[in-house]
Ligand binder design. Structure first.
Ligand code: NI
Length: 227
């Protein structure tokens, strides 16, 4: 499931993140990639262990924690600490690749299976040309470029790339989620059911049908979730 998650960061948090980034150090992004990805990865990242990186990942994790759509769509078990990257100048693209299946969280050493990939945009689309996240979806390539503060989630299994940035700088956070529900199609069913229950409740208030469907949701989650 490919889904836009709007307003993960508030306008104030976004400004904070952009200010932090303006003073941050940068290193070559290829250092944290697997062999195939490293060969096509040409961007920069903020080193994981610096104050700027720490401050931004705290902002982002807090934004994700309070976002009901993020929770419902990903059913997170573990979230890889978000990292910040930049595309522009001579380091401006990331060719086609599939993300590594297993990541080791730098802080805890925990293994995280990358069921879902996430990009959170930190620069406004009019601040740079190019830089679309191009995801090979079943129906063909999908070109993604959202407002700063919005995120996209997509299956970790997909082939994707970041198109060359030809003007300005594309700033973003990227990270992965290991979901309590491993299969994308099961997560999709749960998300659709949850969304529908909420719509019914908003329209009519709770009644016997919404209570029963809520029970069904939780019973499906109990059957499928690995906590
Ligand atoms: Ni990737």
């Amino acid at each position: 499931m490919l889904l836009q998650i709007k307003n993960v960061l508030t306008a104030d948090e976004l400004l904070q993140a952009q200010n932090i980034i303006s003073d941050a150090p940068w290193v070559a992004g290829a250092e944290s990639a697997g062999k195939q990805a490293a060969d096509v990865k040409n961007n920069q990242q903020i080193p994981h262990e610096c104050d700027a990186a720490r401050a931004i990942r705290n902002l982002v994790l807090r934004g994700l924690d309070r976002h009901p759509t993020f929770f419902s769509a990903t059913l997170p078990k573990r979230v890889f600490p978000p990292r910040v990257n930049r595309y522009g100048g001579d380091t401006n693209a990331f060719g086609n690749h599939v993300d590594n299946s297993i990541r080791f969280a730098p802080d805890t050493g925990l293994r995280i299976r990358t069921d879902i990939s996430c990009t959170l945009f930190l620069a406004e689309p009019d601040q740079y040309d190019g830089g679309e996240l191009v995801i090979q979806d079943l129906g063909g390539p999908r070109s993604i470029k959202y407002a700063a503060g919005d995120a996209v989630i997509y299956p970790g299994t997909t082939l994707h790339q970041v198109a060359p940035v030809t003007r300005g700088y594309r700033l973003a956070c990227f990270f992965w989620i290991e979901s309590m529900v491993r299969a994308d199609e099961q997560r999709r069913l749960l998300f659709d059911l949850d969304t529908t229950i909420i719509a019914m409740r908003n329209a009519t208030g709770d009644n016997a049908a919404t209570v029963a469907l809520t029970g069904t949701y939780h019973n499906l989650l109990r059957m499928w979730a690995d906590t």
